[in-house]
Write a protein that binds this ligand. Structure first.
Ligand code: 1OR
Length: 265
């Protein structure tokens, strides 16, 4: 569970070992309030067992204070990073819905080991995330989680990013340079069907359709990509699925333009 924590993704193996070493277990009972909105932050929590609810109290000027459930953690996930990363009061209340077990990291260790690398990574991907129109579908908090999960990857001109027919292990965003998309049809005719430039994305289709890669992708110039693995894709990009599906309808037209409508692979 600790290894799946998004905010730990930026740590190297040594830092990861140090993190695991300092964490301790805490048992909780159903209805325990683990975090109270507005409080000063003490700990960061990783779910080992149990179900937890994050709720945000909203001010309605006249009516009563209404608490809205914004997120449920069922046996997995982590919470309490926000206030520690940005030195703010707790943004939400987190309550245990069942008995459970949490892994706890205290504020000092979080500050010492996690904060700097996690903030650097968020900064690294901030501009990218702001420049991809599809990601407007995410809330600010969801966008932050996305930057924890992204991983920079570098390619030289002409280098293969992935080959047609290969497995769909994740998707990519273009941070610098561009990529060329090539398709080979059944009789072996090969055509360049598309170019994806800065701010664009590719490799999502195999994740949506569960088929292999529909095309080969090559770097054009020196290229920097941000890779999102399929697990994080499924956890984080739900709100963008419809947009990706709609956009993928354009691929049919690109294929038709490259191969002719009667010979689409
Ligand atoms: P914290 O340290 O502020 C409360 O303590 C925790 O609840 C917070 O870190 C997050 O780990 C977690 N907005 C803010 N915090 C959230 C949210 C959230 N969901 C979970 N937490 N959302 C935005 C609501 C407008 C929900 C997004 C799905």
């Amino acid at each position: 569970n600790v290894r799946d924590v998004l905010v730990f993704r930026s740590l190297d193996a040594e830092q990861m070992a140090a993190v695991i070493d300092t964490m301790f277990e805490r048992e909780v009972r159903a209805n325990d309030v683990v975090i109270r909105q507005g409080d000063k932050a003490d700990n960061f929590y990783v779910v080992e067992h149990g179900t937890y609810e994050a709720r945000i109290a909203e001010d309605h000027r006249d009516g009563p204070l209404v608490e809205r459930v914004v997120r449920t953690y069922a046996g997995a996930g982590s919470f309490g990073e926000l206030a520690l990363l940005y030195n703010m009061p707790r943004a939400a209340t987190v309550v245990a819905k069942t008995d459970g077990v949490l892994w706890v990291m205290d504020r000092r260790t979080f500050g010492r080991v996690v904060r700097k690398t996690a903030c650097d990574r968020r900064e690294l991907f901030d501009r990218l995330i702001g420049s991809v129109p599809m990601l407007d579908a995410l809330q600010p908090y969801e966008r932050m989680n996305l930057s924890d999960a992204l991983e920079p990857r570098y390619y030289r001109h002409g280098e293969l990013v992935f080959g047609q027919g290969g497995p769909g292990d994740g998707m990519y965003f273009v941070m610098r340079g561009a990529v060329a998309v090539h398709v080979t049809d059944r009789v072996g005719v090969r055509a360049r069907v598309n170019t994806v430039a800065e701010g664009g994305y590719f490799g999502e289709l195999a994740l949506i359709t569960d088929n292999g890669r529909a095309a080969s992708v090559y770097a054009v110039g020196d290229v920097k990509l941000a890779f999102l693995d399929v697990g994080a894709f499924e956890r984080l990009l739900g709100p963008c699925l419809d947009i990706m599906k709609r956009n993928s309808e354009l691929y049919e037209q690109q294929l038709a333009a490259a191969f002719g409508t009667d010979r689409v692979p």
